[in-house]
Design a protein around this ligand. Structure first.
Ligand code: 4NP
Length: 160
């Protein structure tokens, strides 16, 4: 990671289902454009339920079907200082956004935004697929793949 890297973190509740997929999809879009050196990409959960664990096998499977490997990821809990340390803090849903904002004052760069705000007209929250069937993970993949590409375009327009 270079000093000038733009730091982006994706946040859900457990950091095993949705935000690992968002991290993987965003990193894949960054890599496809040859911009990996310019970004430091991470994900975290507002809960500590799954700290240290691999992504959910269903998330690893759907990512792998799209040629994205997320098996190096391990769950970690979101920290108050992440609000300062990251340039872009991206929540999967309103409840996790609220939980982050309750930790501290956010950074000056636009605070905590919802991932799906990147896609005009889309549903505003990435649904939690944890208790559902495998098709929920396909839905999450489609949503985060489209939204993270839009996010990358926005960041590049803000930091050309
Ligand atoms: P995630 O999904 O927030 O997308 O990682 C969940 C994972 C675990 C739990 C809830 C949601 N849980 O209650 O353990």
């Amino acid at each position: 990671m270079s000093q000038q890297a733009t730091r982006v973190v994706f946040v859900c509740l457990g950091n095993i289902c949705r935000s690992p997929l968002a991290e993987g999809a965003f990193a894949a879009h960054v890599k496809a454009r040859g911009l990996s050196e310019r970004f430091d990409v991470d994900s975290a959960g507002t809960s500590g339920y799954h700290v240290g664990e691999l992504p959910d096998p269903r998330s690893m499977a759907v990512a792998a079907r799209h040629d994205v490997d997320i098996s190096h990821q391990r769950s970690r809990q979101f920290l108050a200082r992440d609000l300062q340390d990251f340039d872009y803090v991206i929540a999967m849903d309103r409840s996790n956004r609220r939980n982050m904002l309750a930790l501290d004052r956010p950074n000056g760069n636009g605070a905590v935004t919802l991932l799906m705000d990147e896609v005009p007209g889309a549903v505003k929250e990435v649904p939690d697929p944890y208790y559902g069937g495998p098709q929920g993970f396909d839905t999450v993949w489609r949503m985060v793949d489209e939204a993270t590409e839009a996010l990358l375009n926005r960041i590049l327009s803000e930091q050309p």
